[in-house]
Write a protein that binds this ligand. Structure first.
Ligand code: PAF
Length: 282
């Protein structure tokens, strides 16, 4: 397993692979890797000859009051985990490499509609930052495909639309959420939770599951279902950001006739914001 920091070096290595007609898969990450990320790398390795795992804590996707400064940077640990996961090339660029003219002067990508609502409403500019860095990474690496976790359901929808709209020759692949035994979705931010908050956290997935089961049973009063879910999360001691029931394709509020529905939730435990989602096909 090799780690490169410069685009020049990366391109020289990838040129060699391309000449040998090898397929290249990309797994973009912000590091602090856990089993969820490793599952993305393994999925990419099933289809690609070469997997590039990028590790870059992208300043453009963090809001002013968010955890950019404290976001865990754990490159050595991440390298160790990746070397166990198989043949991956790690690309860990600096902010100067990704944004040579600085953040404020960098071209930005805005993906309309699917970026609205949900996390887009609570974190203005977040998906602009995500879409921009992912498009830069796609151009730097020029992978045949890229794998993203379904845990960030709205992010996956934003990236899919961006790649489609901009005719990017990259297949965007979603991979299932990896969970702890008690159902909590694996996330780098779980490490922020206190012991007590960690015990409370599975209620997010439990509430999603209970609401999804009602929808699968034919309940279609989505406002009422969301209200019951809100109350359950608040009663459990969480500070709710949102609990939304949406059409899986458009991410707009679900209509009773929709056949593919995704429930998306975001809630704070102390200062830690966790997100999760579940999809139902009716
Ligand atoms: O999901 C993440 O870790 C990030 O949003 C991504 C896709 C690596 C872009 O910085």
């Amino acid at each position: 397993m090799r780690t490169v920091h410069s685009l020049k070096e990366l391109r020289a290595i990838l040129r060699g692979y391309r000449q040998q007609e090898k397929t290249i898969g990309l797994v973009p990450t912000m590091g602090n890797l856990h089993e969820g990320h490793i599952s993305l790398v393994r999925k990419a390795a099933e289809a690609a000859d070469i997997v590039v795992t990028s590790i870059f804590v992208n300043p453009m996707q963090f809001g002013a009051n968010e955890d950019l400064d404290t976001y865990p940077r754990t490159l050595i640990d991440d390298q160790n985990k990746l070397s166990e996961a198989g043949n991956t090339l790690v690309f860990a660029p600096s902010a100067e490499e990704v944004y040579p003219d600085g953040l404020a002067r960098h071209t930005r990508i805005v993906v309309p509609e699917v970026s609205d609502g949900h996390c887009g409403a609570s974190r203005p500019g977040h998906f602009e930052g995500v879409a921009t860095v992912v498009s830069v990474l796609f151009n730097m690496i020029q992978p045949d495909f890229a794998v993203f976790g379904e845990k960030d359901f709205q992010q996956l929808a934003v990236i899919r639309k961006m790649a489609r709209d901009l005719m990017m020759p990259v297949e965007v692949i979603g991979a299932p959420t990896i969970r702890e035994e008690d159902g909590l979705a694996k996330s780098s931010r779980n490490s922020y939770l206190s012991e007590n908050e960690r015990k409370m956290a599975p209620v997010i997935y439990q509430t999603l599951q209970a609401t999804a089961a009602k929808i699968a049973d034919g309940h279609a009063d989505f406002q009422m279902l969301a209200k019951v879910a809100d109350d359950r999360l608040r009663d459990a001691g969480l500070r709710l950001d949102y609990f939304n029931i949406a059409n899986s394709q458009t991410l707009k509020p679900a209509a009773p006739g929709d056949s593919e529905i995704t429930l998306l939730a975001a809630a704070f435990l102390g200062t830690t914001r966790l997100i999760d989602n579940i999809s139902v096909i009716r």
